[in-house]
Design a protein around this ligand. Structure first.
Ligand code: CP
Ligand code: NVA
Length: 301
């Protein structure tokens, strides 16, 4: 039966661990100049309703390196822009290609595509989740702290798609997650409740200083996500105390790394000093999208 990746909850803990191990192997092989082309003849469609640099390029490069090809479907350039129903798009694409990555607004649109497609569907970001990013980020974290079960992670900023995906990761793996979000900008309450019900160590606070004390990983992201551009100015004021800067880093462990899925706005959610500083792992983080997604594509396709 075909499998999809709509949220991290579609995977078991064992599957996540296997994918992370395979991603590490593929990265090492690439560094040794060894190539692997298990996806020869396979074609991946990329439906993007929002802009992207990393997700698009890393998936296209991943397919090319694995011996397959990809077709990028730009926002507004398919018949979906003229209201062709998602189920029909799903049925038709299933007759041409071997998998689809979709980046769009509503999570339900991705779920609808998956329900009607006979091929694997991968969520390349919605308003609610960004599973490929957080799974790749776990790979980056493991490069510094191999034992995920004994990890403490902080999320500082908006309770957005990335924050939700970190909660779903914590539901599977036993790391401690502290989320510091301003009032009114919390992550999905149903996910938080589920974490609580399952006894997971997922804690929400409004205090970024409390969240980062004693963690190995500090995560942040833009204050206004794609689709929230009109709120950007108002959010700047609310989120100012949540900036990841040198003062905040002083409150945590000296070995802590800083992650940001990018694109970043220097001097807003993160200072240039931190983003470009010695504790930042953001460029490895961006690179690891490629390696993790190669493992994912190899498995799903
Ligand atoms: N981090 C991330 O998904 O970046 P893009 O928006 O450039 O794909
Ligand atoms: N939260 C951000 C992530 C960008 C990769 C957004 O949705 O715009």
């Amino acid at each position: 039966m075909k499998r999809d990746l709509l949220t991290i909850q579609d995977l078991t803990r064992e599957e996540i661990e296997t994918l992370l191990a395979r991603a590490r192997e593929l990265k090492a092989w690439q560094q040794q100049g060894r190539s692997q082309t298990p996806l020869q003849g396979k074609i991946l469609a990329l439906i993007f309703d929002k802009p992207s640099t990393r997700t698009r390029v890393s998936f296209e490069v991943a397919m090319a390196q694995l011996g397959g090809t990809s077709i990028y479907l730009a926002p507004g350039q398919t018949q979906m822009a003229r209201n062709e129903p998602m189920p029909d798009t799903a049925r038709v694409l299933s007759r041409y290609v071997n998998g689809v990555v979709i980046r769009t607004f509503a999570q339900e649109a991705v779920a609808e595509l998956a329900r009607h497609a006979a091929i694997p569907v991968i969520n390349g970001l919605t308003d609610s989740h960004h599973p490929c990013q957080v799974l790749s980020d776990l790979m980056t974290v493991q490069e510094h702290f191999p034992d995920l079960a004994h990890l403490k992670v902080a999320w500082v900023g908006d309770g957005n798609n990335m924050a939700n995906s970190w909660i779903t990761a914590a539901l599977h793996l036993d790391f401690v997650l502290y989320l510091a979000c301003p009032k009114g900008y919390e992550p999905d309450s149903a996910l938080l409740q589920e974490a609580q019900k399952k006894g997971k160590k997922v804690y929400l606070t409004q205090d970024p200083k409390a969240a980062v004390a004693d963690v190995q990983v500090i995560n942040t992201d833009v204050w206004a996500s794609m689709g929230q551009e009109e709120e950007a100015e108002a959010r700047k004021e609310v989120f100012q105390p949540y900036q990841v800067n040198a003062d905040l880093l002083k409150l945590t462990r000296p070995e802590a790394i800083v992650l940001h899925c990018l694109p970043a706005h220097r001097e807003e959610e993160i200072t240039a000093e931190v983003l470009d500083g010695p504790q930042s792992a953001v460029w490895d983080q961006a690179e690891n999208r490629l390696h993790f997604q190669k493992a994912l594509l190899e498995w799903l396709l």
